[in-house]
Design a protein around this ligand. Structure first.
Ligand code: NAD
Ligand code: UFG
Length: 333
């Protein structure tokens, strides 16, 4: 299949591109590089030993999308382009609604005009808000506590309304938990253009000596060691989830599933695993809780397994090892 991959130069998108190419699909990347660089394209090509098409553009530019869809005979879309910082979303709600919701509407209109009806969407576990029970299944109530989460939930609603209005639309909504790690080659990984906010890139940066210490946000949660628990999922497992989803759309139909491992690890457990893998000491201090954080979040992954036949296979050590391989390689550039 020819697959339009919006946001394909980003962290998750670049790993999805590899998985699609290795399977035999033809991804066409569409990205405005607001949080990525075009260097990643050559690295994807090096890993898979194939060329890949990449078009620079903004998803809010509907005529540009129509042109790309027509010229490349696109069969389906995997839509990852978007803004993803929780804190920034609360400061710049208009930007987040414009790109994440407005951009998706522009994409859907371009698809409507060109007769493309299958789309896989990057949603997030943040749509659930504060967990009422664990593990979180897809029936858990949604109640996002930040603007970013609102944009994801509203987009899901648009997709649901659209498929209810016309059965030819098929959507796969993938609610990611905490994507981490990198391709095993160490050639691509998470490379945010600003300062990272997420745990594993910060740990990597401390291990590489770029930062003095990790600040652990809260040591007084009611968890096994007092630190926050999350469901970390390897980005290559996540990428396989997109392949399963796009294939399921073609064969069966719409779905909404969690993508996680079903296992929760504390901040201290992640630090311990990273130290072991990197043979580096990760100095840390325990600070007060970060506003908006919750004690524990992890997924019930049974639906993804039963519908898509998808299950995460890589453990915490593999997540840390590939993150470290990528970080070590980056420091050499
Ligand atoms: P990323 O920032 O690395 O990738 C997003 C890509 O989209 C970037 O390459 C960026 O340049 C591009 N982009 C942004 N706005 C655009 C626009 N208007 N037009 C075209 N391209 C645009 O982020 P990521 O971690 O790879 O996340 C991919 C998707 O997954 C996002 O939609 C994000 O909200 C979602 N998601 C990410 C996480 C996570 O923790 N990484 C968790 C849940 C959901
Ligand atoms: N943490 C620290 N110190 C740091 C950074 C994080 O202790 O410097 C802790 C957090 O308090 C939390 C855990 O590490 O307990 C994970 O934090 P992240 O920021 O890596 O991830 P979150 O679970 O807060 O959020 C992530 C994504 C969101 C997404 C959410 C649910 O960043 O975009 O998962 O999918 F919405």
């Amino acid at each position: 299949m020819n697959i339009l991959l919006t946001g394909g130069a980003g962290y998750i998108g670049s790993h999805v591109a590899i998985t699609l190419l290795e399977y035999g699909h033809r991804p066409v990347i569409f990205d405005n590089f607001v949080n990525s660089t075009s260097n990643v394209i050559a690295r994807i090509e090096l890993i898979v030993n194939k060329t890949i098409d990449c078009i620079e553009g903004d998803i809010r530019d509907m005529p540009a999308l129509i042109k790309v869809i027509k010229e490349n005979k696109i069969d389906a879309v995997i839509h990852l382009a978007g803004l993803k910082s929780v804190s920034e979303s609360n400061e710049k709600p208009l930007d987040y609604f414009s790109v994440n919701v407005g951009g998706t509407i522009s994409l859907l209109q371009a698809m409507k005009k060109t007769g493309v009806r299958h789309l896989v969407f990057s949603s997030s576990a943040t749509v659930y808000g504060e967990p009422r029970y664990l593990p979180i299944d897809e029936s858990h109530p949604t109640n996002p506590t930040n603007v970013y989460g609102e944009t994801k939930l509203q987009t899901e609603l648009i997709l649901r309304n659209l498929s209810e209005s016309d059965a030819s639309w098929k959507f796969g909504c993938l609610r990611y938990f905490n994507p981490v790690g990198a391709h095993h080659s160490g050639l691509i990984g998470e490379a945010p253009l600003g300062r990272p906010n997420n745990l594993m890139p910060i740990i990597a940066s401390v291990a590489a000596g770029e930062r003095g210490e990790l600040k652990i946000f809260g040591g007084d949660y009611g968890t096994k060691d007092g630190t926050g628990i999350r469901d970390y999922v390897h980005v290559m497992d996540l990428a396989r989830g997109h392949l399963a989803s796009i294939n399921y759309l073609a064969k069966v139909g719409s779905h909404l599933v969690n993508l996680g491992t079903g296992m929760g690890y504390s901040v201290l457990e992640v630090v311990g695993a990273y130290q072991q893998i990197s043979c580096k000491t990760i100095p840390y201090s325990v600070e007060k809780r970060r506003s908006g954080d919750v004690a524990a979040v992890y997924a019930n992954t049974k639906l993804a397994e039963s519908l898509l036949g998808w299950r995460a296979t890589q453990n915490l050590y593999e997540m840390c090892a590939t993150s470290w391989a990528w970080k070590s390689q980056q420091s050499k550039i």
